[in-house]
Design a protein around this ligand. Structure first.
Ligand SMILES: [Zn+2]
Ligand SMILES: [Zn+2]
Length: 360
């Protein structure tokens, strides 16, 4: 008798290309066990048991996972994750197992998993389309194991089909940098033909600029690195400069991607009356300096932070990214190079988006 039929119905799982019963199967994962500066290389390679999909969950064989500033915040304790934790929330892979009751995917589908891993679905935030604000919000790679590993499981309701246009590595930044950037842009209230300022030019900004240009906005980029300025120009920025410089026009909207506090008054200074500054990071490394009300906030200027993402952000952005089309610039690393990749990210030395490859 096939082993499959010895397993009780309730825990039956369909697998493709793999033997049933996962107890003797292990996967490679980079695991965070304690909060530490990234320079101490706290992510350790370990063999973990393969995850098994529960009801309504899918098993994903991960091919690529993007790295993100949020992971630096988790590792260094500004956004402490549950420990031990497999980080990573820009996950691309193929469906390799189906838990009971799944209906949305078939084996072999290419899917992505983003920062939103689950929400309660019942509270007034969830019901109003603001599941990103749900008090039971769970983040991939923060509350639940994420993508710095060869396999993961996720509820089928929180996975997305990936448009064919993108390679696995190219698709990873669409799930965080891209989807959150899309949320930043929509929350900024930017309209066609208006001026947009981007402070910092990393993974998210280099995707946001392409969407903003597609929407007919004029984009000014404030960043110190010459290589980042060159990339910004290549992607359609009409002006680049430092965060203390004056752009040729005031900004209708600005998005601050930097992890430092000083850019907040710098952005408000060049914001048009009635303009809005969106803060796109989860945590700032240092405090925002005191704000001179008359000079920086009066005239109906607004500051808005962005928390998490909703499924709708990913669902709307992925086809838009394919339509534009977005061309993500990626720099690839092996899974075991995760510490070094994150150190480069912290130093601002990654062009575009950093991506870990899981299977060589
Ligand atoms: Zn992220
Ligand atoms: Zn909720």
């Amino acid at each position: 008798m096939d082993l499959f039929f010895c397993i009780p119905q309730s825990v039956r799982v369909w697998y493709a290309n793999r033997r049933i019963g996962t107890e003797d199967e292990e996967m490679k994962a980079m695991v965070l066990k304690e909060i530490s500066p990234i320079e101490k290389e706290p992510l350790k390679m370990e063999d973990l048991p393969d995850p098994v999909p529960g009801p309504k969950q899918i098993l994903v064989r991960i091919s690529a996972c993007g790295i993100c500033h949020t992971e630096l915040d988790e590792i260094e304790g500004r956004l402490p994750p549950r420990l031990p934790m497999v980080l990573g929330h820009q996950v691309i892979g193929r469906v390799e197992g189906l838990g009971s009751g799944t209906t949305k995917f078939t084996l072999g589908d290419r899917v992505g998993i983003a920062w939103i891993n689950s929400a309660c679905g019942k509270c007034h935030f969830c019901k109003g389309g603001h599941e990103n604000l749900c008090s039971e919000f769970r983040g991939t790679g923060c509350h639940v194991h994420g993508g710095y590993a060869q396999y993961t499981v996720v509820s089928e309701d929180f996975a997305y089909l990936i448009p064919e246009r993108f390679s696995d590595a190219e698709a990873t930044p669409l799930l965080c940098a891209g989807a959150i950037g899309y949320r930043d842009l929509t929350l900024s209230g930017i309209k066609k033909g208006q001026t947009l300022g981007l402070f910092g030019f990393g993974a998210s900004a280099h995707i946001v600029i392409q969407t903003a240009r597609y929407w007919g906005c004029e984009v000014f980029v404030f960043t110190r690195g010459q290589e980042h300025r060159n990339l910004a120009r290549k992607l359609g920025a009409s002006w680049t400069g430092g965060p203390e410089d004056d752009p040729p026009k005031k900004l209708h909207c600005a998005i601050d991607f930097t992890p430092v506090g000083e850019t907040v008054p710098q952005a408000l200074r060049v914001l048009e009356k009635g303009g809005r500054l969106v803060l796109a990071v989860i945590r700032k490394r240092n405090p925002i300096p005191p704000l001179d009300y008359a000079r920086l906030l009066w005239d109906e200027k607004e500051i808005k932070s962005v928390a998490n993402i909703t499924r709708r952000d990913a669902q709307e952005f992925l086809p838009l990214a394919s339509e534009i089309p977005i061309t993500p610039e990626v720099q690839e690393f092996k899974l075991e190079e995760a510490n070094q990749a994150l150190i480069l990210l912290k130093q601002g030395k990654i062009q575009g988006a950093g991506v870990l490859r899981m299977h060589d």
